[in-house]
Each structure stands twice: as structure tokens, then as C-alpha cells.
Design a protein around this ligand. Structure first.
Ligand code: HXC
Length: 513
């Protein structure tokens, strides 16, 4: 090896060791992969091309000029996942705890710019002690540069964040702006202020895990869209998620070859219980409609009264928004409205057609909901669906009551095809509530008010709790048998494939945030 080659090889070898063997061992002892191991696992074999491997920080304060590590705590570059170009940064906790210096931020910004200009997804693997304390405001500036680029890329390229270690302070806002945040259980946490500050300010005692661990964010705050038991599962989820997404907002998703056969699904015919107040699992409906094993659920443990996720239908990627009668009878509340609205907007940004499955008794009543803004939050979903220009198809399986009927992708707010099963109940309110109001005098005057109410309920249900009046009006395009749903949807989405809806010129709408 000549001397020039040796100089270069030595430097690269040093860079590959990050903060050194001892710190790599510490990382492994926490059951975490190193930044390079993560990148290697995520990307196709030998596809990674590193950018900025020899970058070093420029700080001289606190004797930092004596501590130089090539790469400066972040591995950046590009490669492929299942043959598709992606840009990636992975913070290296073995170098100053993966903390973000000015140069570390510059490296991230460089791949963000490339991802945006080339129209390819950006993946960030976060594992960092936050702002590089020795650099002060230069580090804060670096964060802000990243946030700004996250926003500029939003809706243009998919941005995915995996939290695979600490992520605290303002650093949480980059993942929060990206499209999907994944967290690894027990080794990652996210919070704006940690347990010590919480104790000082509010006198609450809470662990890092309870305050901002994966479970907390997946179930309580909704900050985490997905969780994984370890690094490998997290990286596998990124690969799976990406398979449903296009490269950017001007492209469509890859279609897996598909041939229409007998698409009857008898199992769909027996899902709806005989009694309309009985719950059932809407996931069974989803599984009966989509291509086998293709459901990729998002926000599974958060606001479980609505289900959102990606699937394939006839080899095409679709987004599904569905009420879930198993939880709170599938009612729309603050959290489920926000969850469904955000997912809807993602799909619309990236040309992913939407299927909306409806079984909703209405919006959740009560002071808690009203005081927490069910009006504004319910409006988010109404707004998100109304503005969506992707192909939009609805199937009402059972209840579609009141304002929630309008909101859940009704014809009136621009859905393209609206189907209903014969079990659908489309009305202003349930038969009991409606009868109590409109037959009040008759019921009160009756010798047996309970029997009268029951009689009126049956009368009302027969007249209104069905899909036929909506179909007469054209609000429902077709009443279909459950077992024919998959076939009908395959045809509907195929018919809508070339849908284009030019939008009027405006800066942006004012979604009620
Ligand atoms: C410089 C840091 C660092 C940081 C950790 N290190 N965080 N160096 N700046 N922010 C270094 C440590 O000195 C240590 O160096 C190595 O990284 C590993 O850290 P440990 O503490 O040994 O690891 P661990 O016990 O796992 O604890 C991890 C940690 C802790 C919980 C992240 O390091 C920590 O609390 N760090 C400080 C977090 C913080 O306050 N950051 C600033 C937040 S404010 P050696 O040489 O010993 O290996 C912020 C604002 C952002 O981020 C605003 C954006 C708008």
C-alpha cells in the first residue's frame, strides 16, 4: 500500500470506529446497534455511499480541539432499500453522545438538501444527547436549520424518523415534523423537558420511560406512530413502511402485478352482528377486503376507536381510515379525529388513494370532549378529507349517524364512490334518541310509555335506519353485499386510477389546527 493510500485508509478506519471500541461495547451492552450497524442493516447490501466521513467539528472551547472524531457523531449518505434510492443520517452515540454540533447539523442538512432535490425519502436514525453543550448557540442554530428543512420537505418527500436512543429538548421537533416517528421500546425516549426539570417545575416524580418512552408515546400522546421491541425490528418496520410509499409527491406507489379473479369473500357476510348495538372487529372487514397479509397499521395503540394504516388492494398501495366498533363503539373523539386527519393528509400529499370504512354512532359527547376542543379537532378530519384530491372510496358497513356521517368521507365532501352494506343505518341519530324526541307527546300520553317507545323505535328504525333513503337520493352510489366488497373496490379504485383534480391557486388552506 502506498503512503497516500495508507493515510486515507487509516483515516477511514478511524472514522469507522466512531468514539472507539470501548464506547461501541457500551452501546452494545445497552442492546443497541451502532450507527453504522443500523445503516448497514437498513440499506441493501453494499449500497451505502457515505458523505462527509472525514468531517470534524470546529470547536476550540473547553479543549475540544484535542478531541476530534472523524464524522463528528453522525453517519450520513445515500443508498437503496429494495432498490429504491433513499437518503439517511444516523447519529452515532459513541461520539459525544451523538450530540449535535454545528458541523454535525451541516452534514444532516446536506443529505436533506440532496433528498429534496432528488425527490427521494429521507430517513433519520436518532440517538443523541441533544445540543452539543460545548458549542452553545451554534448547535441551536444547527437544529433550527434542520427543522426549517424538515418543513420545506414536508409533503414533497416522505420523511421517516426512528428514535433509537435519547431524543430530548427541542431536538424532538424534527421527528415531530416528519411524517412518521418510530420508537424502540426501553432504549429510546422523547421529551421536551426531562424528569429532573419536571420535578422542579411541577413537583411530579416520573421516570424517563413513563414520561417519554415508546409505550407512553404510542398509547398516550400519539407522538410515536410505531414501536419496535429492538433496533432490528425498528429497521424492518422502516423497510416495510417504505414499500407502501412513493419516492415523492409527483410519483405514485409501485404496483405489484395483479390479475382480477373470483374476488368474492364469503367471510365478510357474517361479520356484522344481528343486534346493531353489538361490537365487532373492523379489522376483520379490512382483512376480508385487502390483499393477503398486506395491512400495515399505524398508531395501532393510540385512539383505538379509529383504525388507520396502509394496505394493498389489487397490488396498489391504499390508505385505510376505519371506525372501530370494538372501542368506544367506534365513536369519533378528539384523539381519533386528529389521528385520522393526520393520516388522511399524509395519503393525500403522496398520492395514496383512500378507503374509508364507516361504522360510527357519532361524536363523543361530554364536557371532557367539548373542553378539549372536539369541535376544532373533529373539524380537522372534516377538513382533511374534504381537501383530499386522491381517489376516495367509502363503504358504510353499519352506523353512519349525524355529523359523523358527513365527516366520514361522505359524497357531500367529495368522495368519489360511496357504497353501503344492506346493514347500513344512515340517519340523523339512533332510533331510540330520535323516537324520544319526535314522538315525545305520543309516548307521554300513552298508558305504557315504555312499550310505546319500543314501538316507535321499531317504526323509526324500519323507516330510517337503513341505506335505502340515502341511495334514493344518490348519496350512496350502490348498496352492495358484503361478500362483493373486495371486487367492487378493486373495480372502483381501478376506475379512479387516473383521477386528477387541479387545485385553485392559493398559498395554503387554513386547517383548524
Ligand atoms: C456533549 C454529550 C452530550 C451533549 C452526552 N454527551 N450528551 N456531550 N453534549 N449534549 C457525552 C457525555 O459527556 C459522554 O461522554 C457521552 O456523551 C455519553 O454520555 P453518558 O452520559 O455517559 O451516557 P448515558 O449515561 O447513556 O446518558 C445519556 C444522556 C446524558 C441521558 C443523554 O448524556 C445526558 O443527560 N446528556 C445531556 C443531555 C442534555 O442536557 N442535552 C442538552 C439538552 S438541550 P464520554 O466522554 O464520557 O463518553 C438541547 C436543546 C436542543 O438539546 C434545542 C434544539 C432547538
Amino acid at each position: 500500500m502506498d503512503s497516500q493510500t495508507k493515510i486515507l485508509t487509516d483515516k477511514i478506519e478511524k472514522a469507522h470506529l466512531g468514539g472507539g471500541e470501548h464506547r461501541i461495547k457500551q452501546q452494545h451492552s445497552k442492546k443497541k446497534l451502532t450507527a453504522r450497524e443500523r445503516v448497514d442493516y437498513l440499506l441493501d447490501t453494499a449500497s451505502f455511499e457515505e458523505i462527509g466521513v472525514l468531517v470534524t467539528h470546529r470547536t476550540t472551547d473547553f479543549n475540544m480541539d484535542k478531541e476530534i472524531y472523524f464524522g463528528d457523531g453522525v453517519v450520513t449518505g445515500y443508498g437503496t432499500i429494495n432498490g429504491r434510492l433513499v437518503y439517511i443520517f444516523a447519529q452515532d452515540f459513541t461520539v459525544f453522545g451523538g450530540s449535535l454540533s454545528e458541523t454535525h447539523a451541516e452534514k444532516i442538512c446536506k443529505v436533506m438538501d440532496l433528498a429534496l432535490h432528488m425527490g427521494a425519502p429521507l430517513i433519520g436514525l436518532n440517538d443523541s444527547g441533544g445540543a452539543r453543550i460545548q458549542e452553545g448557540v451554534r448547535s441551536l442554530g444547527g437544529y433550527a436549520d434542520i427543522f426549517h428543512k424538515n418543513v420545506q420537505s414536508s409533503g414533497i418527500i416522505p420523511q421517516i424518523s426512528a428514535i433509537m436512543g435519547p431524543c430530548a429538548g427541542g431536538a424532538v421537533y424534527s421527528p415531530a415534523i416528519t411524517d412518521f416517528t418510530m420508537m424502540v421500546e426501553h432504549s429510546s425516549y422523547m421529551f421536551v423537558t426531562g424528569p429532573n426539570v419536571v420535578k422542579t417545575v411541577t413537583n411530579e416524580t416520573v421516570s424517563s420511560e413513563d414520561l417519554g418512552g415508546a409505550h407512553t408515546h404510542a398509547t398516550k400522546s400519539g407522538v410515536a406512530h410505531l414501536t419496535a421491541v429492538n433496533d432490528v425490528e425498528c429497521l424492518d418496520q422502516i423497510k416495510a413502511l417504505l414499500s407502501y410509499l412513493p419516492q415523492n409527491n409527483t410519483k405514485t406507489t409501485t404496483k405489484i402485478p395483479f390479475e382480477l379473479q373470483d374476488e368474492t369473500r364469503e367471510q365478510l357476510a357474517t361479520i356484522i352482528p344481528e343486534h346493531s348495538s353489538k361490537p365487532y372487529d373492523m379489522r376483520r372487514v379490512i382483512y376480508g377486503i385487502i390483499d393477503d397479509d398486506s395491512f400495515f397499521e399505524i398508531h395501532k395503540e393510540y385512539a383505538e376507536n379509529v383504525i388507520v394504516g396502509f394496505a394493498r388492494l389489487g397490488g396498489r398501495s391504499i390508505g385505510i381510515v376505519a371506525n372501530q366498533p370494538l372501542f368506544l363503539a367506534g365513536v369519533l373523539d378528539v384523539n381519533s379525529s386528529k389521528k385520522a386527519a393526520r393520516f388522511t393528509r399524509f395519503c393525500d400529499s403522496f398520492n395514496i388513494p383512500l378507503l374509508v370504512l364507516v361504522d360510527v354512532p357519532g361524536f363523543l359527547p361530554g364536557t371532557d370532549q367539548e373542553w378539549n376542543g372536539i369541535i376544532t379537532n373533529g373539524a380537522k378530519l372534516l377538513y382533511a378529507l374534504s381537501e383530499a384530491t386522491v381517489p376516495r372510496v367509502t363503504v358504510i358497513t353499519r352506523k353512519a349517524y349525524g355529523g359523523a356521517y358527513d365527516v366520514m368521507n361522505s359524497k357531500h365532501i367529495g368522495a368519489d364512490m360511496n357504497f353501503a352494506w344492506p346493514t347500513a343505518e344512515i340517519a340523523v341519530m339512533g332510533a331510540k334518541g330520535a323516537s324520544e324526541i319526535i314522538f315525545k307527546h305520543e309516548i307521554n300520553a300513552s298508558e305504557d310509555p315504555i312499550a310505546k317507545l319500543a314501538e316507535k323505535e321499531t317504526e323509526y328504525a324500519e323507516a330510517f335506519a337503513n341505506p335505502y333513503r340515502a341511495a334514493q337520493r344518490g348519496f350512496i352510489d350502490e348498496i352492495i353485499l358484503p361478500q362483493d366488497t373486495r371486487r367492487k373496490l378493486l373495480k372502483a379504485f381501478s376506475m379512479l386510477e387516473e383521477k386528477t383534480m387541479p387545485l385553485p391557486k392559493r398559498k395554503h388552506g387554513n386547517i383548524p389546527l
